[in-house]
Ligand binder design. Structure first.
Ligand SMILES: CC(=O)N[C@H]1[C@@H](OP(=O)(O)OP(=O)(O)OC[C@H]2O[C@@H](n3ccc(=O)[nH]c3=O)[C@H](O)[C@@H]2O)O[C@H](CO)[C@@H](O)[C@@H]1O[C@H](C)C(=O)N[C@@H](C)C(=O)N[C@@H](CCC(=O)O)C(=O)O
Ligand SMILES: Nc1ncnc2c1ncn2[C@@H]1O[C@H](COP(=O)(O)OP(=O)(O)OP(=O)(O)O)[C@@H](O)[C@H]1O
Length: 478
C-alpha cells in the first residue's frame, strides 16, 4: 500500500456518510480529503423492517455512525470534527463530547495528549441551538434529562413506538464470553424473559458460551476498516477505546431491526470507579461500562430512537464480588467461559489456554471467585493456582492498590481485592498459599478491618435502570 498521509497532522475528522442495504451497515469516515475508511456491520438474515420503524432505524444508524467513529478519530485527533452525514442537536453533541473525552481518557493518558477542549462536535444550525446551549439548558422542556440538560421534544421518537413494541418484552442479552453476561443470562432465565443471546464479532469462545446458554442466538459481524490497521502500522495514535459504547450502538440498531425492545448489558457497579486520577481528571478504563454512560445513552435512545427501547445493565447494583458470588452458584459454564481479554483480539496471537494466567483480568477473576467456590473447582477452571505463585506479587498488589494503581483492565475496586484476600487468609484451604500468606503478614496489618466485610461488599447498592419485572431476580438469594 502507498504511504498514507499521517492522520496526526490532519486538520479535520469527517463523518462522511452511513448507508444500509441488505443487512449491511457501512460507516464511512475520512481525515481531511484522504481515503475513506469504511467499517461494515453485518446483520444476519436481516428482515425488511416495517415502515413504522423506519425513523427509529435511521436514528439508530446515525447514532452508531457517530459512536463507532471513535476508533478512527483516535488515529489523528484533529482539532476539527465535521459531521456531514446528519444533523446534531445540543443534547447529542453533549453526549458525544463526553463519550469521546472520557472514553478516550486512557488513550489520552498513554499518548500524553490533553483532549479537554479539543473534542467539540458541531451543533447543527437547523436545530436552532448552539454550543452555548450545552452550558445553558433551555427551560420548560419536559423531556428526559441528559447529563443535566433537557432534550428538545422536537427530536423525540415516541410517535411510532406503540406500533412496533412486542408484548411481552423481547430482550437482547449481549454475551462477552466472561462471567458477567452469563450471570445475566441466568437471571433472565429465572425471570422467564424472552431473551436472545447476541454477540458482536467472530470469537469462537463467545459463540460456545452463547450456545451453552440454550437461548436463541444472534451473531452480528463487525469489519473494521483495513485502513485503520494501515494507519496503525505507519505510526498513527493508538490506544484504548470505549468498545462497550460501540457494542451498545450496534445493538440498538439490531433491536430496531429485529424487533426487540430491551437490551440488557452486564456492567457492574464497580465499573464506574476510575482507574486513576491524572491532572485532576478521573481516567476510567471501563468508562463506557459506567453508570454515567448507561444513563446518558439510555436517555438519548429514548429521546432520539424510540421512547420504549430500553437499555440498562442488569448487574448495575452489584459489585464485581457480588457478580462472582452469583457466577459461582452454577458450574454450568465452567468449561466454556473466559474473562481473559487476550482471547478477544481481532489481530494478534490468542492464548493457548482460555486463561492466559498472566493478565490482570485472569488474576482478578481468580481472586474474586476464590471466596465463593471450592478450591478444586477453581483450580480446575484455571488449570493452576495463581495465588501460590510468588512472582505474581506485584500484579496482585496493583489489584489491591497497594503501592500501585489499579491496572488498566476490567477489574474490581481495590477494596474488593483486599476483602477477597482477607477472606482467603481466614480459610484453611488458602491461607498457606504464597500470596495469601504474604498478604496476611505484610498488608493486612495496615488495613482498616471495617472495610473488609465481604457481606457488605456483595450487598446490592446504588442507582440502576433495571425494569421492575426483573429486579427481584437480580436481588434473589440462592
Ligand atoms: C482484545 C483487546 O483487549 N484488545 C485491545 C488491544 O488491542 P490489540 O491491538 O491487542 O488487538 P485487537 O483487539 O485485535 O485490535 C487491533 C487494533 O484495532 C483497533 N480497534 C479494535 C477494536 C475497536 O473497536 N476499535 C479499534 O480501534 C485498535 O487500534 C487495535 O490496536 O489494545 C488496544 C489498544 O489499547 C485496545 O483498544 C483493544 O481493545 C479492544 C477494542 C477491545 O475490544 N477491548 C475490550 C476487551 C475491553 O477493553 N473492554 C473493556 C471495556 C471498555 C469500555 O469502556 O467499554 C473492559 O472489559 O474493561
Ligand atoms: N463481543 C461482544 N458482543 C456483545 N457484547 C459484548 C461483547 N463483549 C463484551 N460484551 C458485553 O459488554 C459488557 C462488558 O463486557 P465484560 O467483558 O465486562 O463482560 P463479560 O465478558 O460478560 O464478563 P467478564 O467481566 O468476566 O469478562 C457485557 O455486558 C458483555 O456482555
Amino acid at each position: 500500500m502507498n504511504e498514507l498521509s499521517d492522520p496526526r497532522v490532519a486538520q479535520t475528522f469527517r463523518f462522511v456518510r452511513r448507508d444500509y442495504a441488505d443487512g449491511v451497515a457501512s460507516l464511512v469516515y475520512a481525515f481531511d480529503d484522504g481515503p475513506e475508511m469504511v467499517e461494515r456491520i453485518v446483520f444476519p438474515d436481516a428482515p425488511a423492517f416495517a415502515p413504522e420503524r423506519a425513523a427509529a432505524f435511521e436514528a439508530a444508524l446515525d447514532l452508531l455512525h457517530l459512536v463507532a467513529g471513535v476508533s478512527y478519530y483516535k488515529a489523528g485527533v484533529p482539532s476539527e470534527i465535521r459531521v456531514e452525514s446528519t444533523q446534531l442537536d445540543a443534547a447529542t453533541v453533549a453526549f458525544l463530547d463526553a463519550l469521546y473525552l472520557h472514553g478516550l481518557g486512557e488513550f489520552a493518558y498513554h499518548n500524553k495528549l490533553d483532549l479537554r477542549g479539543r473534542i467539540r462536535f458541531p451543533v447543527s444550525r437547523h436545530s436552532g441551538e448552539s454550543r452555548s446551549a450545552l452550558q445553558q439548558p433551555k427551560a420548560g422542556h419536559p423531556a428526559p434529562l441528559l447529563d443535566g440538560r433537557k432534550l428538545d421534544p422536537g427530536f423525540r421518537r415516541d410517535d411510532d413506538l406503540k406500533e412496533w413494541l412486542i408484548q411481552p418484552p423481547r430482550t437482547l442479552v449481549p454475551i462477552g464470553g466472561g462471567k458477567d453476561s452469563l450471570v445475566s443470562v441466568e437471571i433472565l432465565k429465572r425471570a422467564g424473559e424472552d431473551a436472545t443471546a447476541v454477540w458482536v464479532g467472530n470469537s469462537p469462545l463467545i459463540a460456545a458460551c452463547a450456545e451453552r446458554t440454550g437461548l436463541p442466538m444472534l451473531n452480528i459481524r463487525r469489519e473494521l476498516s483495513p485502513l485503520l490497521f494501515e494507519y496503525n502500522r505507519q505510526g498513527a495514535y493508538n490506544g484504548h477505546i470505549p468498545v462497550t459504547a460501540i457494542n451498545s450502538a450496534i445493538l440498538a440498531v439490531a433491536a430496531v431491526l429485529y424487533g426487540y425492545d430491551a437490551i440488557a448489558f452486564s456492567n457492574e457497579r464497580s465499573a464506574s470507579s476510575a482507574t486513576l486520577e491524572y491532572d485532576g481528571q478521573p481516567v476510567n478504563h471501563q468508562w463506557s461500562k459506567s453508570w454515567e454512560f448507561e444513563r446518558t445513552f439510555h436517555d438519548l435512545l429514548h429521546a432520539r430512537v424510540a421512547a420504549g427501547l430500553d437499555y440498562f445493565s442488569l448487574l448495575r447494583p452489584l459489585s464485581e464480588l457480588a457478580v462472582a458470588e452469583r457466577f459461582a452458584r452454577t458450574s454450568h459454564y465452567d468449561d466454556a467461559f473466559s474473562s481473559c481479554n487476550r482471547n478477544f483480539r481481532i489481530l494478534g496471537p490468542k492464548p493457548a489456554d482460555r486463561w492466559c494466567g498472566q493478565c490482570p483480568k485472569c488474576h482478578f477473576v481468580f481472586l474474586a471467585l476464590a471466596p465463593f467456590m471450592p478450591k478444586p473447582r477453581l483450580l480446575g477452571i484455571f488449570g493452576r493456582n495463581l495465588l501460590d505463585d510468588a512472582t505474581l506479587a506485584p500484579a496482585f498488589d496493583a489489584l489491591m492498590e497497594y503501592r500501585d494503581h489499579k491496572p488498566f483492565e476490567c477489574v474490581g475496586e481495590g477494596v474488593e481485592s483486599r476483602a477477597a484476600m482477607a477472606t482467603l487468609a481466614t480459610r484453611a484451604e488458602w491461607r498457606e498459599d504464597a500470596l495469601v500468606a504474604r498478604f496476611a503478614d505484610e498488608i493486612l496489618p495496615l488495613l482498616d478491618r471495617a472495610e473488609l466485610d465481604l457481606d457488605a461488599l456483595i450487598a446490592p447498592a446504588g442507582e440502576h435502570r433495571i425494569p421492575g419485572r426483573l429486579l427481584r431476580f437480580v436481588d434473589a438469594h440462592r
